[in-house]
Structures are given as structure tokens and as C-alpha cells.
Design a protein around this ligand. Structure first.
Ligand SMILES: Cc1cc2nc3c(=O)[nH]c(=O)nc-3n(C[C@H](O)[C@H](O)[C@H](O)COP(=O)(O)O)c2cc1C
Ligand code: SF4
Length: 449
């Protein structure tokens, strides 16, 4: 395993090199005393375009789920025209099994704020909305306190960034979600900040051109922005020395360290920092103390339920952005796997996930609104033992027809439902077949007279 010093978790003691019991919220004084806000100072000494250039060269892929490169996204922004320009920071973190952004907010909020300040400077944005999951009551208070500290110290505020070192002034506002998974989708998030129902928008136009209140907006995940701090601080070559290039010539690499929250049937669940590309089995065995009670590995959700499952023979899958193509899942997602042991009922797992998506569908698109309900009903029938093989066929057909990839929905929630259910059924098919009654379609054959 490639070993890396703690970077994102430098101030957040974590297994294997630190003791999580020593964690505390790092305030402004401690953050500055340990090198904090140096990267912002460095960024402010550069032209904004040069900062974007560094983030582009480093190929910092988004940590919120889709893996889109941050520098490239930033370069899509509409030109400055004197009007307002926004950064929307995505801390919705409602993907089941995902608990990585809250680690940064809980214990090192200024690291996130430094990333926000750098992004605002580079992209010439004046207002940053920190959109935080409704259930994160404590984290919202921690972030508000950190913003107050940073504003009092002149890092944000009307005088310009870092006590007026740059004329670019940034206002930072915490916006608490009312609590719906769909508000994590970037345009649902924008609607929610505007005070509306969290209904994803049809794209294009993309937020970089027409986002919050119709103005150019960048949406980035909390961890993506924290990662940018270290790219600016230590340089592109250093960033590229961590992680891995793609196994597919011409495809984008997976550089940098990544927070990986592991849950499920492991000895020691938790959030760890590891280089992208670490095999899932190393993460489980070396960071989590192995499978719980010495049981065998049966499967794992790759990174948030939307990504689908890795099968029993895919325990060594490298946790990088190639995982989707190479291991028949949707992608790396949030890189927060949920691990299942040999005793897990995969039919119940599929039903539970389908229930989540049915409840969270916003209802705008018919395939998602209706399909999610059909899928849940079929899975409940199969789990009860009342299903037939026709239910299984219908389940796969309905799942495969909904999502952005088949081109039938506005957002990716339906793809998450589709991939989660299809991969579980395909990779654990015998469990489903054992629960359904076979249905034979009578075929009459008439031989020629
Ligand atoms: C249904 C759905 C829920 C999402 N939830 C989140 C979330 O909670 N946090 C997040 O950062 N991205 C979430 N995303 C991805 C965002 O739409 C967007 O790609 C991301 O915030 C961009 O940031 P990044 O490029 O820094 O990763 C979600 C996407 C979908 C389709
Ligand atoms: S795919 Fe589902 S969640 Fe997304 S916009 Fe359509 S109905 Fe809403």
C-alpha cells in the first residue's frame, strides 16, 4: 500500500497514525499556528487564472460523487460582468453510508473555509453559500462559529480577502437544508437556497453559466475545496505523486488523498484518509481491523448506495475513479463503502435501498416517480416469498429504463436507484431466484401437417 502522511486529516487524529479520541474542533488560532491560511496567502500572490491553472493541472476530481475535475468546472464560468457570482458549497451529505464531509466540518472547519476563500478568489466569486444537511445541527453551529472567527479576523468581509491583501471581498453564509436527499443534487441545491422546493433543473444551462438567482455559480463539495488548499500549498507535482493514473490509456487519473468512510460489518468502522487507488480489502483489513467477528466478505456498496455493489470476488477493487468501468458499478461516488459479511440477506439490502430511493424521488420525472414505487413493490413481494420470476424480470427492466444514462430523467437520483438494484440482482442473482416461484410461459408448437 502507498503510504501517505495525513493531509486532509493533519489536524484530525485518525487511524492508522492517530487516535480519534484526541479529536477536537480546531479554532482559528490553532489553525493559523499550524500553517493554516498560508495557501490562501500564496493564492492571493498569484493571478486568479494561475490558481485555476494549478487546480486544472493537478486534475483535482470532485469529491462529491461525480468526479468531475474542479479546475475544468471553474474554467467554464461565464465572464465577469460586474454582477454577483456565487459559490455553493455542497455539505448535504445525505447519501446513505457517507460521512466524510462532516469530519472536516466537525474538527477542521477553517481548512474548508480556506478552500472556499481560494475558490472564490480564483473564480472571482463574491458570495459563498455553505449549504449544510438539515440533520447536521451541531456542524452548522461549528461552521457558523468558524465563519464568525474568520470574518472577525478579516479573512472574509468587505475589506477584501485576508485583511485586504486582495480587493476581492467574499461574504460567507450558512444555509441549512430542510432535509431532503435531492437537495444534494447540485441544481436541487440551488433551488433550495433560493427558497423553493428542491427540484433539480434541466441542464443546460449549467450552473457555471446560469446558477443561483440566474447568475454564474460554482457548486463544489466540501472535501473538493479542502483538497484545493493542499494543491496550492504544496504544488501540482506533489499532488500527482499521491494516488494513481488511470488503468485505461487516455482516461483521467485519480490523484490525491481521499476521505473514505467505511461502515457495515467491519471490526472498526470509521472515516479514514487513504490514497486513491487503495484496494478495498486493504482499507478493510489495515484501517478497519478486518471483517467483524472474522466473518467472510460478501460484498460492499462501492461509495454511497447510488453506486451499486461490488460482488464477493471484487474485494480487491482499487478505490479509484476507474472502479465503475472495471468492476461494473456506477462509479467511485463518495468513496464511502458499506461492507456486508457472509450472513447478509442481499434481497433485504436491495429492498431497503429501493425504499430509500422511492421516498426520496422528487417526483418530477415519471420513470423515477413511478418506477421507484414499482421496484419497491416487486422487491417486497420477492422478499416475502410471494414473487415470481416475472417480478424479477420486471424489476430489471424497470430499473434499466430510468436515469440520465437511458436519458429518461432530469437528474441522477434515478441512476442511483437503477444501479443499486440492478447490480445487487445481477451479482447475487441466485439469492433472488431462490426466493421467487418460477413462472413458465406456455408455448404451443405446431408441427407442420
Ligand atoms: C441525488 C443526488 C444527490 C447528491 N448529493 C450530493 C451531496 O450530498 N453532496 C455532494 O457534494 N454532492 C452530491 N451530489 C453531486 C452534486 O450534484 C454535484 O455533482 C457535486 O456537489 C459537485 O461537487 P464536486 O464537483 O466538488 O464533487 C448529488 C447528486 C445527486 C444526483
Ligand atoms: S430523476 Fe427523480 S429525483 Fe431526479 S428530478 Fe427526476 S423525479 Fe426528481
Amino acid at each position: 500500500m502507498q503510504s501517505v502522511e495525513p493531509i486532509l486529516t493533519k489536524r484530525i487524529p485518525s487511524v492508522p497514525s492517530g487516535d480519534p479520541r484526541q479529536r477536537h474542533t480546531v479554532g482559528l488560532d490553532e489553525y493559523v499556528a499550524t500553517g493554516g491560511y498560508k495557501a490562501l496567502e500564496k493564492a492571493l500572490s498569484m493571478e486568479p487564472a494561475a490558481v485555476i491553472g494549478m487546480v486544472k493541472d493537478a486534475v483535482v476530481r470532485g469529491r462529491g460523487g461525480a468526479g468531475f475535475p474542479a479546475g475544468l468546472k471553474w474554467s467554464f464560468l461565464a465572464p465577469v460582468d460586474g454582477g454577483r457570482r456565487y459559490l455553493a458549497i455542497n455539505c448535504d451529505e445525505a447519501e446513505p453510508g457517507t460521512f466524510k464531509d462532516r469530519l472536516l466540518v466537525d474538527f477542521d472547519p477553517h481548512q474548508v473555509l480556506e478552500g472556499i476563500a481560494i475558490a472564490c478568489y480564483a473564480c472571482q466569486l463574491d458570495t459563498a453559500y455553505f449549504f449544510i444537511r438539515g440533520e447536521y445541527h451541531h456542524q452548522a453551529k461549528v461552521m457558523q462559529h468558524a465563519i464568525d472567527e474568520a470574518t472577525t479576523a478579516g479573512i472574509f468581509g468587505p475589506q477584501g480577502l485576508l485583511r485586504g491583501k486582495s480587493k476581492a471581498a467574499v461574504e460567507c453564509i450558512v444555509h441549512r437544508s430542510a432535509g431532503a436527499y435531492i437537495c444534494g443534487e447540485e441544481t436541487g441545491l440551488l433551488e433550495a437556497i433560493e427558497g423553493k422546493r428542491g427540484w433539480p433543473r434541466i441542464k443546460p444551462p449549467f450552473p457555471a453559466v446560469k446558477g443561483l438567482f440566474g447568475r454564474p455559480t460554482i457548486v463544489n463539495n466540501v472535501e473538493t475545496l479542502a483538497a484545493v488548499v493542499h494543491v496550492i500549498d504544496r504544488g501540482v507535482d506533489w499532488w500527482k505523486s499521491i494516488g494513481t493514473t488511470s488503468r485505461h490509456p487516455g482516461s483521467m487519473p485519480s490523484f490525491g488523498p481521499k476521505l473514505m468512510g467505511v461502515s457495515g460489518h467491519v471490526q472498526r468502522p470509521g472515516c479514514f484518509e487513504a490514497p486513491l487507488g487503495i484496494p478495498l480489502s486493504d482499507l478493510v483489513n489495515q484501517f478497519c481491523g478486518g471483517m467483524r467477528n472474522g466473518k467472510k466478505f460478501k460484498g460492499a456498496i462501492a461509495g454511497g448506495v447510488s453506486m451499486g455493489v461490488l460482488g464477493t470476488d471484487q474485494f480487491d477493487a482499487p478505490m479509484d475513479f476507474d472502479i465503475g468501468v472495471d468492476y461494473q458499478v456506477l462509479g467511485l461516488g463518495t468513496a464511502c463503502p458499506t461492507v456486508f459479511d457472509e450472513d447478509t440477506d442481499m434481497v433485504a439490502v436491495a429492498r431497503n435501498i429501493a425504499r430509500f430511493f422511492k421516498n426520496e424521488s422528487c417526483g418530477q420525472c415519471t420513470p423515477c416517480r413511478e418506477g421507484s414505487g414499482w421496484m419497491l413493490k416487486s422487491l417486497m413481494r420477492i422478499e416475502r416469498g410471494d414473487g415470481t420470476s416475472a417480478d424479477l424480470d420486471l424489476l430489471i427492466e424497470v430499473a434499466g429504463s430510468m436515469g440520465l444514462s437511458p436519458g429518461s430523467t432530469i437528474c441522477g437520483l434515478a441512476d442511483g436507484n437503477n444501479w443499486a438494484v440492478r447490480t445487487i440482482v445481477n451479482k447475487f442473482r441466485s439469492e433472488f431466484e431462490a426466493r421467487v416461484k418460477p413462472v413458465f410461459v406456455p408455448v404451443s408448437v405446431s408441427a407442420g401437417r
